[in-house]
Design a protein around this ligand. Structure first.
Ligand SMILES: Nc1nc2c(c(=O)[nH]1)N[C@H]1C(S)=C(S)[C@@H](COP(=O)(O)OP(=O)(O)OC[C@H]3O[C@@H](n4cnc5c(=O)[nH]c(N)nc54)[C@H](O)[C@@H]3O)O[C@H]1N2
Ligand SMILES: Nc1nc2c(c(=O)[nH]1)N[C@H]1C(S)=C(S)[C@@H](COP(=O)(O)OP(=O)(O)OC[C@H]3O[C@@H](n4cnc5c(=O)[nH]c(N)nc54)[C@H](O)[C@@H]3O)O[C@H]1N2
Ligand code: SF4
Ligand SMILES: [Mo]
Length: 746
């Protein structure tokens, strides 16, 4: 048995590459890429090989914890913990309303299955407000997506002639399958072109054919200039615009007016280089773009998302191999509703009236919605698989907000920075100790889904989320035992009988739909073979998926949701669940006429405003732009807590340009102090010509505590502020924090 390779997936980024693990007892002795995984096909990066640091370490919790009055914690039994939690949740609901309980998280980079059961608890409590980390990175893009076509887009980088990375460093951060081999292939091929917008000469920028080394925070001018060139030099795909879009005229008219030379000057990139890049996009047989945190967490972020999308829409780079696509999905990762598609009224937060996009409360608003005496303030938070006291802007204020709540429950594998402010901490089984899945399934024309079987039994004292949620829901007594008994009997008879009985029961009591994951766990789950109870909700998702994408699921070889479910459970490397043809891509455009709506008046106004705006957020007091949270070889959000996993850069150095270092008298490996309006930190300096003068950067994921090794590096959000955020989407400008760097005598 010890020679067995166990199939699973890496949990460190949204690629979730398939891996195989060889155990030595409970330790991960060896890890390798799983060649049978339908998306990653054997690929991993170096980070996956160190997953034992996540699985086995002193950070693991093995008992529920309850906070004492003096702020210390005591271990308590599961029964006591879950009974008390259910009572206290009910009390908040009965006194203030279920809408005063904010649910945050429910899944990290690789664990989204627990989030499905989490939804059932939300439904039982009448919760209305929800959020997760997407609301501090992707909601601006989601809003634009909603306006343009109502879906999520991605690019076919593997086949594109031209690829454009906008504030994205895929060499380190990946985000699409087999990123490094794909980047290498593009770089090597003289017929293909890589264009990178980044103030830093990142690993990806260093491989690029064209590096548009913008001044930090000036992408809006750079992209507007590129679009101006496309329009003014007649490089648009007018057939595509006529056939597939509405509202292109005012957009084209606005771009015709763009003063390219002026905008080039404003973003600090030579005009000729911008023209070359634009012409390359405009004349390529296929082009794709990828925007990420470098622009999504920087000034003008929602406008930049729009301009980025106009780059491929106006050149007709959609719906063909090598271009952009919309895609099927197995299950939703955001909240309810689809971006800013404009249907129904705009939802806002109860106290500050911030815009809710894709069902997500903006992260920067959360503390503001708590730290007030407004009667509609949040009174409690349920936090699962996320570490917001570390990851949200202005950690200090967020900690104060947690302390102001009547009840905080944290579900995690570790005693995190957030757990330290909880009333109860519930120790989850790790992602290798339960059935688990990622819902980052965003490919086309073949989309894949992997349900990973447990590699190990839960560490004693821990529990899978499915069981945690079921137990809380049992305490709340939300479903009549007779209803559950009847459904269990039907499940014993057969799947078809169960499905029929479930829909009959839900017809009689529509509330059962919201509680469905729990109901499935309690009924169908009990008749699934040994140890598979946690997969019960996947059966429901497979039914929904087959109903939503009947043709594509059939083309993938599954007659219905049951066949799809059976294949998923019995294929640990993952399955291709939808097979499309490129022509089918238009069926994913959520518009009755299946056309893109190109005009977004709010953002055209902002585009026009660029002309009279000089970029620049720095001041005499804070002359640097600090990017707080750069992805590096040895960062992985806060999933690895043990600093020993880092082979290099253990302290998470502040990267500084040689010019600035010389001017300030800094030395590589020596100390410095970074000061922002919100905080200050001692850092170790790395002098590198990756950085342009005036720009410094710190990595993400550092500054977490470990029982044996203490804290290594700087927690970036001790330095960030709530106020620096996108006016429309509320997303923080983590990559654009005005800062001062000071020499420190060692
Ligand atoms: N190694 C590693 N990989 C990861 C993660 C990790 O923790 N570690 N986390 C995962 C997660 S959650 C995410 S969301 C992704 C994020 O992936 P990325 O967005 O690629 O990661 P970042 O390094 O934060 O930012 C990308 C680039 O933006 C640049 N940048 C900074 N300011 C600006 C600007 O004003 N304009 C432009 N154009 N660029 C700018 C930075 O120099 C950097 O090279 O990575 C995922 N992958
Ligand atoms: N300044 C700054 N801040 C940033 C960023 C930045 O670039 N700069 N990046 C932002 C981005 S893009 C993101 S995505 C966020 C990420 O920040 P968070 O949303 O806080 O996510 P992670 O750091 O990935 O934390 C995941 C948590 O899940 C826990 N966990 C792991 N496995 C399990 C499990 O099986 N069950 C449970 N219940 N818990 C588990 C881990 O211990 C960890 O505490 O940070 C954001 N914050
Ligand atoms: S960190 Fe991301 S790219 Fe690297 S192995 Fe894990 S999932 Fe794959
Ligand atoms: Mo992220």
């Amino acid at each position: 048995m010890t020679d067995q390779w166990h199939k699973s997936a890496c949990i460190l980024c949204e690629c979730n590459c398939g891996i195989e693990i060889k155990l030595g007892g409970r330790r991960f002795d060896r890890i390798r890429g799983d060649k049978e995984h339908p998306a990653s096909a054997g690929y991993t990066c170096e980070k996956a090989l160190r997953l034992d640091h996540y699985q086995n370490g002193r950070h693991r919790l093995t008992s529920p914890l309850r906070r004492r009055d003096d702020g210390t914690y005591e271990e308590i039994g599961w029964d006591t913990a879950l009974r008390e939690i259910a009572e206290r949740l009910s009390a908040v609901r009965d006194t203030h309303g279920g809408d005063k309980i904010l649910f945050y998280g429910g899944g990290g980079q690789g664990n989204h299955l627990g989030g499905v059961y989490n939804r059932a608890l939300q439904a039982a409590l009448g919760v209305r407000y929800f959020s997760n980390a997407l609301a501090q990175e992707k909601t601006g893009e989601m809003w634009v997506d909603g306006k343009l076509y109502g879906g999520h887009t991605k690019g076919d980088f593997e086949h594109a002639e031209v690829v454009v990375f906008v504030g994205k460093n895929p060499w380190q951060s990946h985000s699409f399958p087999r990123a490094r081999p794909t980047l290498r292939a593009i770089a090597k091929d003289p017929g293909r072109t890589m264009i990178v917008l980044d103030p830093r000469r990142s690993e990806t920028a260093a491989m690029a054919d064209i590096h548009l080394q913008v001044a930090p925070g000036t992408d809006a001018w750079c992209l507007a200039a590129m679009l101006g060139v496309l329009v003014q030099e007649g490089l648009l795909d007018n057939d595509f615009l006529a056939e597939h879009t509405t509202g292109a005229e005012p957009v084209v008219a606005a771009l015709a007016e763009v003063p390219v030379a002026l905008y080039a000057e404003r973003c600090g990139v030579p005009e000729e280089l911008i023209r070359t890049a634009a012409r390359r996009v405009g004349t390529a047989s296929s082009a794709t773009t990828y925007e990420d945190l470098g622009v999504q967490q920087a000034p003008n972020s929602t406008l930049v998302s729009y301009l980025n999308k106009l780059l491929w829409i106006l050149t007709g780079n959609f719906g063909r191999p090598g271009t952009m696509f919309l895609h099927s999905s197995f299950a939703a990762i955001a909240g309810a509703g689809s971006g800013g598609s404009g249907k129904g009224r705009v939802r806002t937060t109860p106290v500050t009236g911030a815009r809710i996009i894709s069902g997500l409360v903006p992260c920067n608003s959360i503390a503001e919605e708590i730290l007030t005496d407004h009667p509609d303030r949040f009174r409690a938070m349920w936090i699962d698989s996320t570490n917001p006291a570390h990851s949200l802007a202005d950690s200090r204020t967020f900690r104060t907000a947690l302390e102001a709540l009547d009840l905080v429950v944290v579900v995690d594998v570790a005693f995190t920075e957030t757990a330290r402010h909880a009333d109860y901490v519930l120790p989850a089984a790790s992602q290798f100790e339960k059935w688990e899945a990622t819902f980052f399934n965003v490919e086309f024309p073949h989309n894949t889904f992997q349900l990973r079987p447990p590699v190990l039994d839960p560490l004693p004292g821990t529990m899978p989320e499915a069981e945690i949620y079921a137990r809380v829901l049992r305490h709340l007594g939300v479903v009549e035992p007779a209803v559950l008994a009847k459904l269990t009997t039907a499940a014993r008879t057969g799947r078809a009988e169960f499905a029929a009985a479930f829909f009959t029961a839900a017809g009689a009591d529509p509330a059962l739909m919201g509680l469905a994951p729990f109901v499935l766990y309690e009924t169908l789950g009990t008749v699934l073979p040994d140890g598979q109870r946690g997969t019960a909700a996947v059966w429901g998702l497979a039914q929904l998926c087959a109903m939503t994408h009947p043709e594509a699921v059939r083309r993938a070889g599954f007659a219905d949701g049951d066949e799809l479910f059976d294949a998923i459970v019995s294929t640990p490397s993952g399955v291709t669940f939808t097979v499309d043809e490129w022509e089918d891509v238009w069926t994913y455009v959520r518009r009755p006429d299946r056309r893109f709506t190109v005009e977004i008046p709010e953002l055209l106004g902002e585009l026009g405003g660029l002309r009279d705006t000089e970029p620049g957020w720095v001041s005499e007091e804070f002359p640097f732009v600090l990017s707080a949270g750069e992805r590096r070889s040895f960062t992985a959000n806060t999933i690895y807590r043990d600093p020993a996993w880092r082979r290099r850069d253990a302290a998470g150095a502040l990267r500084v340009s040689p010019d600035d270092a010389a001017r300030l008298g800094l030395t590589s490996g020596g100390p410095a102090r970074v000061v922002t309006e919100r905080g200050a930190a001692e850092v170790v300096v790395e002098i590198t010509d990756m950085m342009r003068p005036g720009h410094v950067s710190l990595p993400n994921g550092l500054g977490v505590d470990h029982p044996d090794h203490g804290v290594a590096g700087v927690a970036p959000n001790e330095l960030t502020s709530l106020g620096l955020r996108d006016p429309l989407a509320g997303t923080p400008w983590h990559k654009h924090v005005p800062a001062r760097v000071e020499a420190v005598t060692p």
